[in-house]
Every structure is written in structure tokens, then in C-alpha cells.
Design a protein. Structure first.
Length: 299
């Protein structure tokens, strides 16, 4: 790893024992829910990166959001695996099974280099993969170099287009959770983020979100990416997907920049909030199937 990356690194885990607790939880959950998945760790410019692959079909690469990874994305993985070969990437600098250091500087260039390496590890024959980015994962996906090696982008409740907006209700649920995490406080935060929609993996997410603030220094939502980085995707098939009740990246805030900067439309999922992939994962899978047919017909 070069000197610039070393200067920017920040350890996310509060202790070595805390890191072990988080990683043991993730390993156990993947073995429980996805027993046939191929689990492997590859060397990348940002350190060891964990890949979870399941399903058969066209390649999809899933980049989860803040504080989430493969072990906490199983509803969407299951929805996609019916039609795709899904590889979920634990982001370096987020709690999970990848490197526990977080970049602070030169994020676009470093993520671009990292994602090029990861896609090289995943891509095989056939049409180029779709990249699905959720929240923080969407901002990371947008840092990639556009080109024929990426068939299309699906940006779910995406960061990177606009800044996060936290309302009073979300803040009131977040601060007590950060200060003294308990299951009730984690459950309240999740319910607030879901905006009343039923969370399919509520028990697992509540357990996870009780562990995270105890053992991990959580990251903030990223700032919007520079316009030239975003507008470079105008010739790539792209779709934004957002819940109608998203409190952080509402559809009324995303639709205009998505159209102007990316030249893509926005799919709004009724009765869903920010935890869209945990309350309506098949809505995202349907968008992926449509975009895959479009990309396949154009190759």
C-alpha cells in the first residue's frame, strides 16, 4: 500500500477483540443463511477484501451501504440470486470481513483503483456485470471508471448524488443508539429508517446494530461527488431506486440530479424508506432484471 493510503488510513475497530466479535458474527450469519456461497478474500490496493458469491446467471456485483456487508444484505442477495450470479463485496473501512481501515483522503481515485481490481477478480465471460450500489456503496460505485467492463449501474437509496439529510426524528433515534447501544434503541433506529415498512430480517439487523456502535467507529455519509465524476456515467445504462418514504435521500431530492447528471430515471418504491433492500428487495431485483435484459440486448 502506498504512502498516501497509509497517511489516510483510520482503524475502525475499537479493539482487536471487538473486531473478532464482528467478524465472527458475519461468518456465522453467512454460513447460516448462505451455506452454499463461495466465500473468499482477495488482496486489493485497499487491503484484504471479502467476496461472497452465490447464484447462477449474469454477473451482478453488490456494494452494500454504511455499516453493512454481505452478512447484513441477505434479503437482497437472495432476491437477486434467483436470476444472477451475485458477488457481494464487503467494503474496506466498514464493519465486516474486509480490511478494517477507512480512507480519509483522495476517495475517488482510491476507490476507482480498488474497484477496478475487484471487478477484475469477479468478471468472467459473457455480458459485463451490473454493479448495484446501496447508499454508501452507490457512491463507491460512481467512483469507478466508466467503460465497457461495467454493463450498468443500479443506485439504491444512493449517496454521492446529494448530501444526506437527517431529520429530527432520525436524529432522535440515532444519538441514543450511538451513546449507549441496546436492542430496543437499535430496533427504534431501524424502524425509523424503514419508515414503518416491515423489515424482513429485523431480528438479525437488530442484533447487528446493537454490536456495531459498541465495537466500531461508524463513518458519516459521504459528500456529493464532483459533477464531472457523475456526468461521466451518462452513456452507461443506469437506474436510481429509492423508497417513497426515505428520510435521508428522498426521491424528490434525487430525481432531478439523477436525470441531469446521469441521464437516468428514478424508480420510486411505494411504502418503503431508507432500508429498501431489507423491506422490498424484490423491487430492486426486478429493476436488475430489466436492466440486465437491456444490457444483454445491446451487446
Amino acid at each position: 500500500m502506498d504512502a498516501a493510503v497509509e497517511r489516510a488510513d483510520m482503524e475502525i475497530y475499537r479493539s482487536a477483540s471487538g473486531r473478532q466479535v464482528i467478524q465472527d458474527w458475519c461468518t456465522h450469519e453467512l454460513e447460516r443463511v448462505l451455506p452454499t456461497a463461495d466465500l473468499r478474500t482477495v488482496a486489493t490496493p485497499l487491503g484484504p477484501t471479502h467476496l461472497t458469491t452465490v447464484g447462477v446467471g449474469p454477473n451482478v456485483v453488490l456494494l452494500p451501504g454504511t455499516n453493512f456487508g454481505a452478512a447484513t444484505s441477505t434479503p437482497l442477495i437472495a432476491a437477486l440470486a434467483g436470476a444472477f450470479r451475485v458477488t457481494t463485496v464487503d467494503l474496506p473501512g466498514q464493519p465486516g470481513l474486509s480490511c478494517g481501515t477507512r480512507l480519509q483522503d483522495n476517495l475517488v481515485a482510491q476507490h476507482r483503483r480498488w474497484l477496478a481490481h475487484v471487478l477484475g477478480e469477479i468478471s468472467g465471460s459473457g455480458q459485463p456485470p451490473l454493479v448495484i450500489g446501496e447508499s454508501l456503496g452507490a457512491a463507491v460505485a460512481l467512483c469507478a471508471e466508466p467503460g465497457p467492463h461495467i454493463g450498468g449501474l443500479i443506485l439504491v437509496v444512493p449517496a454521492g448524488l446529494v448530501g444526506a439529510r437527517v431529520d429530527v426524528r432520525t436524529l432522535a433515534a440515532t444519538l441514543p443508539w450511538l451513546l449507549r447501544p441496546t436492542r430496543p434503541r437499535a430496533g427504534r433506529l431501524l424502524a425509523t429508517m424503514a419508515s414503518g415498512a416491515a423489515i424482513l430480517d429485523a431480528n438479525q439487523l437488530t442484533e447487528w446494530m446493537t454490536l456495531v456502535p459498541e465495537h466500531v467507529r461508524s463513518s458519516l455519509a459521504p459528500a456529493p461527488l464532483p459533477n464531472p465524476v457523475l456526468s461521466a456515467w451518462r452513456n452507461t445504462p443506469c437506474q436510481v431506486v429509492v423508497g417513497a418514504r426515505d428520510r435521508i435521500y428522498g426521491p424528490h431530492r434525487l430525481a432531478d440530479p439523477a436525470q441531469k447528471l446521469l441521464h437516468c430515471s428514478t424508480t420510486v418504491v411505494p411504502d418503503a424508506g431508507h432500508l429498501l433492500t431489507h423491506t422490498a428487495p424484490y423491487a430492486v431485483a426486478q429493476v436488475a432484471s430489466k436492466l440486465s435484459r437491456l444490457v444483454g440486448g445491446a451487446t
